[in-house]
Design a protein around this ligand. Structure first.
Ligand SMILES: [Zn+2]
Length: 381
């Protein structure tokens, strides 16, 4: 009995040990079933891209990816939203037969492009303008795609982006930015009959103003798709420029000595008179105005120079055709400052007073013809 008892005890001990082992094994097995490995699947538009162990890691990667589209935006701008065009889901799942992705693999998938960027390599003789023409890409787009390049300075070998990459995950950024911009000044014109039509006199200079302009901008994958002006706030009004504009079509006699076309003294009028050299009474087809050599001579009104040259009687002379059958002639000039075919404006200097040709002293012989017939210039001045 004693032996049996001992034997029984041994069995009981053995049984207890076996049971203990069994229980511990079962527990381990149980825990494997009851507490499965958890992972996070990253879904884009319903399609699983990868499964990662850490949810925080996915969020971190997405944040880094989104932020990469902020790098060209003014640091002063107010970012309103950064979102994905695609629908993103991050779901907790039990890992069964899925393969966990590494962080590197997941990052590569997030950064993958559907279409890679296209580049052009500058060759000798290229210019931004020529490249735009050649590629049929608007110049503004080329400049937009290559913000770090100076369009004035490109060199053979430079890479110019023709088309940006199209990422698989599209990022839309909306932001507002307020810039200080100039306000253009306006110009007020005052008609002034004392000035010739070609003359303008600035009475008051224009000064630009200043305003804050707030833009509302949407960028997709780093490039603007919409730029709206949200608000304009003028903080400094511009100063209007004031200009007097001449209305006078022709030169006119302003005083006893200012004949418009020249300043001097009238020494001989239009009509019959005795020639001071020959003494012969003859018809004077113009007026003579004595003035020092070199005194400026001005065009009577707008017209075209039809003669600018030399004649034995006339000396250096200029004929201007004003249209409508009206011509003016300027004789005995010391110098001529216009040439045949040239258009002249009313009051424009055409030469200087002289005594060339058949002349007894420095003077301007001024002649007006209407349809080829000499008329009294004083009726026109
Ligand atoms: Zn004369």
């Amino acid at each position: 009995m004693k032996f049996i008892y001992k034997y029984d005890k041994l069995i009981i001990i053995s049984l207890t040990l076996a049971l203990g082992w069994l229980l511990s094994t079962t527990n381990a097995l149980n825990s494997l079933v009851a507490e499965p490995t958890i992972g996070y699947e990253f879904k884009v538009d319903g399609e699983v891209w990868f499964v990662l162990e850490s949810k925080d890691e996915i969020h971190r990667m997405l944040q880094v990816y989104k932020n990469s589209y902020l790098k060209n935006i003014d640091s002063e701008a107010q970012i309103r939203s950064i979102s994905f065009k695609q629908e993103i889901e991050i779901n907790e799942i039990e890992i069964k037969d899925q393969v966990l992705a590494s962080v590197k693999e997941a990052e590569a998938m997030i950064n993958e492009n559907e279409v890679e960027a296209e580049y052009y390599t500058v060759v000798s003789g290229d210019s931004f303008w020529a490249i735009a023409n050649k590629s049929k890409i608007p110049l503004a787009k080329l400049i937009e795609y290559n913000p770090e390049m100076n369009p004035e300075r490109i060199w053979p070998g430079n890479k110019i982006m023709f088309r940006p990459a199209d990422p698989k995950l599209d990022v839309t950024v909306t932001f507002q930015n307020t810039l200080l911009e100039p306000v253009e000044f306006e110009t007020q014109y005052i008609q002034d009959s004392s000035l010739y039509a070609s003359q303008r006199v600035t009475v008051k200079n224009g000064v630009e103003g200043e305003m804050y302009v707030t833009y509302d901008i949407t960028m997709v994958n780093g490039y603007p798709t919409e730029v709206k002006v949200l608000n304009e706030e003028v903080i400094k009004e511009p100063v209007t420029r004031v200009v007097r504009v001449g209305t006078k079509r022709t030169l006119t006699r302003i005083s006893r000595t200012n004949f418009g076309v020249v300043v001097g003294n009238l020494t001989s009028g239009f009509g019959y008179r005795r020639d001071p050299i020959s003494g012969v009474r003859k018809f004077h087809n113009g007026i003579d105005i004595a003035a020092p050599r070199g005194t400026p001579v001005y065009a009577y009104t707008n017209g075209k120079v039809v003669t600018a040259g030399w004649g034995n009687m006339t000396g250096n002379y200029v004929v201007i055709d004003h249209g409508g059958g009206l011509r003016t002639k300027y004789l005995h000039l010391s110098s001529i400052s216009v040439s045949v075919g040239q258009s002249v404006k009313v009051g424009q200097k055409i030469g200087g007073v002289g005594s060339t040709g058949y002349s007894t002293g420095n003077h301007l012989h001024f002649e007006v013809t209407k349809n080829g017939v000499a008329v009294n210039p004083l009726l026109y001045l």
